[in-house]
Ligand binder design. Structure first.
Ligand SMILES: Cc1cc2nc3c(=O)[nH]c(=O)nc-3n(C[C@H](O)[C@H](O)[C@H](O)COP(=O)(O)OP(=O)(O)OC[C@H]3O[C@@H](n4cnc5c(N)ncnc54)[C@H](O)[C@@H]3O)c2cc1C
Ligand SMILES: NC(=O)c1ccc[n+]([C@@H]2O[C@H](COP(=O)([O-])OP(=O)(O)OC[C@H]3O[C@@H](n4cnc5c(N)ncnc54)[C@H](O)[C@@H]3O)[C@@H](O)[C@H]2O)c1
Length: 526
């Protein structure tokens, strides 16, 4: 086995000014974008990073996992066509896939990202950042232990992300389990791989290692992809099973041990046992807040940070952590964005929060007005109403907004419309025996789409049309005028509209506009 390339980083910037407008702790995708926006807004920013600039997504998550999955997806697509399938009859070579993965993970070297920080005018300080007082962060160099104390004029932003959660399974620590980091950076294909966890990480890695030829056993205490529409989850379950993955669903892993022969044995709550050579733990994430000085501000180290809609960190009484200065008593100075606030733990949503927060910090500093109303410039409305995700399993699952179940739980009056993607000519042309389904969740009061899920080969690129319909609150009567090109898979939009019918009450206009018009009329009458 060739070990994964060791992380490699370059030194902090020299001549660091200890007083700066904004300090960002954590240079993942979120932190980088917060710093970029505040600098674009005319402020100075220093970013503190203890590992690689670029964070989890670049080196151990989104990017390298998709590189691990992409070749097999292309092969699967080719094999869904008779002539292309014949032409693509060879075997997938994992070593070639790993080499391409290494390139996308930038060989675990962050010089490219550091170069970008410099070009964006952001100062980098290497080390572990800790809050040591109001607007104050002390950075400890992880090599020589020297410290630098920084003070922010305007704000401190925590963007420290998350790490793999280790569940309390007896013996687990002793069998040297893989987390996402080892799985993503591996150069070996285990003969037998056990995966604990049936969320996005478990399902994607089962897809990847199954394609590399591992005998994969996946154990999950829930159904696969428990937050997705059940039909999407069932579809992925069936396809993984028919590809040879052994699924142990709705059971807990309770004990792990190595036998004398070196085989790893995992005992499940139903009494059965899974044998493997390696085990990947994919049971969710834990907040990177254990050692960032939360105790100094009355919060519990290790906890997710609770934020309000401005992303200000809240204290135990639900109040923003406020300033103690006479000039600005109570003014919020501490903010949190990305995985660490647990609102929407996805890279693109962390970056969305970063854009809103960075702009808001710059606006506050210059006394400009804040746009915090829903869908306003500084609001993060999409986290709640238009959260997007693509899970790159075979088949892919693409989701935005509410599932039918979540909409019902939120008390929305809905219509749910489903369509078999296999009946869409564009899909049938795309792959023989195309199997898939799409669902549109409609707010029946307002006649707008509030949720969309598709499962099927290559549905990822369908998602943005749905996202625009939801974020734009496009009335269904207008959506009939968005004509999908023939013969593409996007024609499913027309089929969903036809299935729903055209005779529903016209979309209610935006409630605030209606209210304004009504009150204007009332005033005129008065
Ligand atoms: C296997 C896997 C696959 C994924 N795939 C996708 C995907 O396809 N699409 C998607 O959108 N999301 C995906 N995600 C989720 C995505 O990786 C995260 O949402 C994203 O990385 C969060 O970004 P962040 O900047 O908030 O945190 P992170 O990326 O975790 O960055 C935080 C940074 O802060 C640093 N840090 C932490 N504490 C300190 C400290 N005290 N001082 C200094 N620095 C500190 C860390 O070293 C790190 O660099 C995946 C996750 C996993 C595990
Ligand atoms: N393509 C993507 O967007 C993508 C891909 C991978 C990860 N991510 C993100 O990364 C984060 C972490 O993903 P994840 O899959 O690790 O977490 P998750 O919370 O999505 O899923 C955890 C799974 O582990 C199971 N589980 C928990 N404890 C268990 C136990 N003791 N025994 C058996 N099963 C157990 C749960 O039932 C669940 O199925 C998520 O926010 C996810 O959205 C996103």
């Amino acid at each position: 086995m060739i070990e994964a390339t060791r992380p490699s980083l370059i030194a902090s910037d020299v001549d660091v000014d200890p007083v700066v407008d904004v300090i960002v702790i954590g240079a993942g995708a979120t932190g980088e974008n917060v710093a970029d926006r505040v600098v674009q807004g005319g402020l100075t920013a220093t970013i503190v990073e203890r590992e690689l600039v670029g964070g989890e997504c670049t080196y151990w998550a989104c990017v390298p996992t998709k590189a691990l999955l992409r070749d097999a997806a292309a092969l699967r697509a080719a094999r869904a066509l008779p002539a292309a399938g014949k032409a693509a009859s060879g075997i997938l070579d994992p070593a070639t896939v790993f080499a391409r993965r290494n390139r996308f993970a930038e060989h675990w070297h962050d010089s490219g990202q550091v170069g970008w920080l410099r070009s964006a005018g952001i100062t980098l300080v290497r080390g572990q950042g800790r809050i040591t007082g109001p607007r104050t962060v002390t950075v400890t160099d992880t090599g020589d232990g020297t410290t630098t104390t920084l003070r922010a004029r305007h704000a401190v932003v925590i963007a420290t992300g998350s790490s793999a959660h280790m569940p309390p399974i007896a013996g687990l620590a002793d069998v040297q389990p893989w987390t996402n980091r080892e799985a993503v950076a591996t150069n070996k294909v285990p003969d037998r791989l056990a995966i604990i966890g049936g969320g996005a990480v478990g399902a994607e890695m089962a897809t990847a290692f199954n394609a590399f030829g591992s005998q994969v056993s996946l154990i999950s205490r829930t159904r696969l992809l428990p937050r997705a529409e059940p039909f999407a989850s069932e579809h992925v379950t069936e396809e993984l099973q028919s590809a040879g993955v052994a699924l142990h669903l709705n059971v807990d892993a309770i004990e792990a041990r190595r036998t004398v022969s070196g085989t790893l044995e995992i005992t499940l709550s139903d009494g059965s046992t899974v044998a493997a050579d390696d085990v990947l733990v994919a049971t969710g994430r834990t907040a990177n807040t254990k050692d960032i000085g939360l105790d100094r501000i009355g919060l519990e180290p290790g906890s997710w940070l609770t934020v309000d809609d401005t992303l200000a960190v809240l204290d135990r009484n639900g109040k923003p952590i406020g300033d103690d200065t006479a000039a600005d008593p109570g003014k919020a100075w501490l903010f949190a964005a990305g995985d660490v606030n647990h609102r929407a733990p996805l890279t693109h949503h962390g970056k969305y929060q970063a854009r809103a927060l960075g702009d808001a910090i710059a606006a506050r500093a210059t006394g400009a007005e804040l746009g915090l109303d829903p869908w306003g410039r500084h609001a993060v409305t999409a986290d709640e109403l238009a959260l997007t995700q693509v899970i790159f399993t075979a088949p892919e699952v693409a989701t935005v907004g509410f599932t039918a179940q979540d909409a019902a739980a939120a008390g929305r009056d809905t219509r749910v419309v489903d369509y078999d993607l296999g009946k869409v000519v564009g899909a049938a042309l795309h792959a023989d025996q195309y199997r898939g389904r799409a669902r549109m969740v409609i707010d029946a009061d307002r006649n707008i789409v509030i949720g969309f899920t598709a499962v099927g080969l290559d549905v990822a690129e369908l998602l943005h049309a749905a996202t625009i319909a939801i974020a734009g609150e496009v009335p269904l009567d207008r959506l009939w005028h968005a004509v999908p090109a023939y013969p593409t898979i996007n024609e499913v939009w027309l089929r969903l509209l036809e299935t729903d019918g055209r005779d529903h009450a016209p979309a209610t206009r935006d409630r605030t506009l209606v209210a304004t018009a009504d009150s204007a009329t009332d005033e005129a009458v008065a």
